[in-house]
Design a protein. Structure first.
Length: 266
């Protein structure tokens, strides 16, 4: 599905069904340097169970045009603009890593437009190692190697994909390499500058689930649990033997956690 957002073409996958704004909407937001393809199983399930699903490509990622957005605040405004372009009044937001930060901050800034939150691979702060920041800016190929090395738990690095024949680390590196110039560097800098986690989380009143990886070294589960304490009645799911990329490493378990919180509509 192609939308025009702030005068720029934007792509959003719809899970294999035509988007219908009359259905309850669920929007999937990818992390730094990634695109809509990380949500294939989850977005498709929701599209075929009574929801209208959008798995968006942020500007300069995947099939979306435009320069990368430099701040989390700008990304929040962009998500609201996407909702306007798709005639969505309210939506449940599902975000991974940087996408989880965007979802959280969007709910804090526009509480009347967000009906639920799923925050995956997120923590109470999102600092980025200086070496990775520099590599993303000056040596992107090196940054791709660093990120794929850190993102996955050990099982995923030795053929642990539940879909036979798929190579998780190689696939992730290929997606990172498809982003526009400086997209990853811009994303990582935005995450590194994020300082409003506790303040924003304390304003959230909608149903919220945290989905965390037990073996996540990029956003450790204990830091995600710290953030969850600021949101009344938030539920948490920690996936064993799982790193930062739970949508690929534990796709069924990730979907089960979403279904348990938000369910089907038909």
């Amino acid at each position: 599905m192609l939308l025009t957002v702030n005068g720029t073409p934007v792509y959003a996958a719809t899970g294999g069904r035509d988007f219908d704004a009359a259905n309850p909407a669920i929007i999937f937001i990818h992390g730094a340097g990634l695109d809509h393809t990380c949500w294939q199983l989850q977005s498709r399930w929701y599209a075929w169970h009574g929801w209208s699903a959008l798995a968006v490509d942020l500007p300069a990622h995947g099939r979306s045009e435009g320069p990368p957005l430099a701040t989390i605040d700008a990304m929040c405004g962009w998500i609201l603009a996407v909702m306007d372009a798709a005639n969505i009044r309210q939506a449940t937001l599902v975000g991974h890593s940087m996408g989880a930060v965007i979802a959280l901050e969007t709910a804090a800034k526009a509480s009347d437009r967000v009906t639920g939150l799923a925050l995956l691979g997120v923590s109470s702060a999102m600092p980025v190692h200086p070496t990775l920041l520099t590599a993303a800016k000056d040596e992107p190929e090196r940054a791709y190697d660093m990120m794929t090395g850190w993102c996955f738990a050990n099982a995923a690095k030795i053929g642990g994909n539940p879909a036979p024949g798929l190579w998780m680390t190689g696939g992730a590196r290929a997606v990172l390499g498809q982003g526009r110039e400086q997209a990853l560097a811009s994303d990582l800098a935005a995450c590194n500058a994020w300082t409003t986690a506790a303040r924003s989380a304390s304003t959230i009143e909608v149903p919220t689930v945290f989905i965390l990886g037990e073996s996540d070294v990029m956003t450790p589960a204990r830091k995600g649990l710290e953030l969850a304490k600021f949101i009344p009645h938030a539920t948490t799911v920690t996936l064993p033997d799982c790193g930062h990329m739970m949508m690929q490493e534990k796709p069924d378990e990730t979907l089960d956690a979403l279904i348990a919180k938000f369910g089907a509509r038909n």
